[in-house]
Design a protein around this ligand. Structure first.
Ligand code: GUN
Length: 298
């Protein structure tokens, strides 16, 4: 039976470190890190995520602003908010919750965010730096959170076969880039599988580290997992469940119970990768502020 990777516990430690950095900044008379979270529309899951981010800011001493735009907001409306936040000295990080409503061109919005405030690491300039292994740049929150989990559980990807299922710009592609990097805590051999891959199950079953980020409930079954593999589940899927209080329950992209019988370590949903994503976002916001302080001094 696999050990369960406790993302809540690791995230709490990372958050403690972040809160200390915020407190140290205040003690030395420096500015308070500030994060703006922009939500366009009323998607219930996005509302929950945005609420969690704002709440975590308050817990760690980070100033936050929540900007909510209606579901029928125009591209110009959203760009206007981003431009205003770019100019705002209280704000060091800007996040526009993804996905926005269909009339919004997300590519253009992401490119409008100042790279120095792009705490999601979605801007092409930051994605490029990340791919090149630039250590001063941002790292995207979910993949960075997974790397942190591996590190804190002493799982060294070096020389291991990591299989990433999913090629999204938010998780799959940057996950591949971080794992393959020539760097301590990385150096993996990486395979990326996606919807057009012919033999996902066979490839997945060769993984020492298997990362599921496809958004399909319980897609990864025990037959797709090598005995003793480390399994990281990025999925958060709502499944109708009349017996549940809210009328739904959350499941990952991995069939947890059966896969736990084969894996050596596995992340649960909820309580695995999710809390790490928020912890890394908070850390990025503080990093953005620290860079601003350094630039002012030099
Ligand atoms: N939607 C799902 N994950 C993320 C994320 O990490 N950042 C943003 N902005 N939107 C998301």
């Amino acid at each position: 039976m696999a050990g369960v990777i406790d993302g809540k516990m690791v995230a709490a430690k990372v958050n403690e470190e972040t809160a200390k950095m915020v407190a140290d900044m205040a003690r030395s008379g420096n500015m308070q890190p500030g994060l703006a979270v922009v939500l366009v529309g009323d998607d219930p899951a996005s509302q929950v995520y945005v609420g969690m981010k704002v709440k975590k800011c308050a817990e760690l001493g980070i100033y936050s602003e929540k900007r909510v735009l209606p579901a029928d907001a125009s591209q110009e409306d959203v760009l206007g908010v981003v431009r205003e936040l770019n100019e705002d000295p209280k704000i060091h990080g800007i996040l526009v919750q993804s996905p926005p409503p269909p009339q919004i061109d997300e590519r253009e919005i992401v490119r409008a965010i100042l790279p120095s405030k792009d705490v999601d690491c979605f801007h092409p300039e930051n994605v490029g730096k990340m791919l090149l292994g630039d250590e001063d740049g941002f790292q995207p929150c979910t993949p960075a959170g997974i790397m942190e989990l591996l590190k804190r559980y002493d799982i060294d990807p070096e020389g291991k076969h990591a299989v990433v299922i999913g090629r999204s710009n938010i998780v799959g592609k940057p996950m591949m880039a971080l794992l393959v990097q020539k760097a301590k805590g990385a150096n993996a051999t990486v395979t990326v599988c996606h919807s057009r891959t012919k033999n996902i199950a066979e490839i997945a079953a060769t993984a020492d580290i298997l990362i599921a980020a496809i958004g399909k409930p319980e897609f990864v079954t025990a037959d797709m997992v090598k005995e003793g593999a480390v399994v990281i589940d990025v999925g958060i899927n709502r499944i109708d469940d009349p017996a549940a209080k809210r009328g739904y329950r959350l499941v990952g992209d991995v069939a947890f119970d059966e896969v736990a019988g084969k894996a050596s370590l596995i992340t649960p949903v909820p309580g695995g990768v999710g809390p790490m994503t928020i912890a890394m976002l908070m850390r990025n916001a503080v990093k953005a502020c620290a860079a601003k302080i350094r630039n002012k001094k030099s």
